[in-house]
Design a protein around this ligand. Sequence first.
Ligand code: APR
Ligand code: PHB
Length: 391
Amino acid sequence: MSKRTQVVIIGSGPSGLLLGQLLHKAGIDTIILEQKSKDYVLGRIRAGVLEQGAVALIEEAGAGERMRREGLPHDGTEICFGGVRHRIDFKGLTGKTVMVYGQTEVTHDLMDVREACGAPTVYEAEDVAIHDIATDNPRVTWTKDGRREEIACDFVAGCDGFHGVSRRTMPADILRTFERVYPFGWLGVLVDKPPVSEELIYVSHERGFALCSMRSHTRSRYYVQCNLDEKVEEWSDDRFWDELKSRLDTRAAAELQTGASIEKSIAPLRSFVAEPMRHGRLFLAGDAAHIVPPTGAKGLNLAASDVAYLSQALIEHYRNRSDAGLDAYSQRALARIWKAERFSWWMTQLLHNFPDSSGFDRKIQTAELEYLFSSKAAQTALAENYVGLPY
Ligand code: APR
Ligand code: PHB
């Protein structure tokens, strides 16, 4: 028997899950096809700062209950340079705050509400392939437990991340890509100790960038800039804590609570955008279409704004028989994406040590930081981007 649904969603990361719930609320049927197991998806550790727009969407999706209880609203952040911390007052400068709540938790909560409403997800779906996207009758095939499966649909949402199959299904001659790979990585450590400070601390230091972040009042996330050829095994916990302390201001270094790491990994930094984000009946959302370096914590937030535009457009299609939103999707999403790409690139540029930078480059970087600390206009520009530009 041949199966049919309205929207096939590929990928059960935050993009796919959020889209699935927003469509479910509007009475639109979906199936999610995910290549990995549920535990694998929930084992990935990623950033944890949500813009108000993302918070509102998660609530709209019916998955906001635990986030409201356990999430930590932050009114500002600190930037440490020359051993001195400077505060950027998001609330005072923009009237807005951000919510610190881990992406793993967001994924968990979205999976729970999806399971509760009975919408189908196929985990460990192998060899997912998208067919006939330039026609009105696309199909998706996959293999599960050795059996070939197929489903017909109206639309395919490619929410399968940077390495997924969706972007690769777009014809090469219509797709343009833009990319910058940075010459360093972030070595991250997760630890069950209270965070060193109430707010995040972004550190610019001559030994390299560092970041003090958190997941809760008892769990912290720390990063140090490292070389791309370094291996996690070369970083004992003691070496990591010594390196982090050497980059912090005296007070933070003294107050830092260290302990055994519960996760340690190295992530490369990349800026990437694929255009357009639609071909026929295939729509890309989230990391499938774009990557930002983590410095402004924009990855999940951009996935959320894509999903806001795409869910509205699909709902308009089914409710009002209008394709205006679908036709505008790529352009609308990309306009916001490029602004977040610019911001993440700028924050990365501002705070890291570039191995090939000249004396001139370093002087400009210092001047830019000093300007930031002395100018309310510059702080407002940082704050309004960090809390999130309007959808
Ligand atoms: N078939 C099915 N599923 C796939 C395939 C495939 N061929 N390829 C990848 N996937 C799945 C991955 O296993 C993953 O669970 O798609 C999912 C994509 O999820 P994410 O990578 O989390 O991407 P997205 O949902 O767009 O979330 C964006 O995640 O990477 C962070 O910084 C990023 O915070 C941002 C957020
Ligand atoms: C994190 O908590 O992992 C985190 C926070 C802010 C960033 C990047 C990562 O900019």
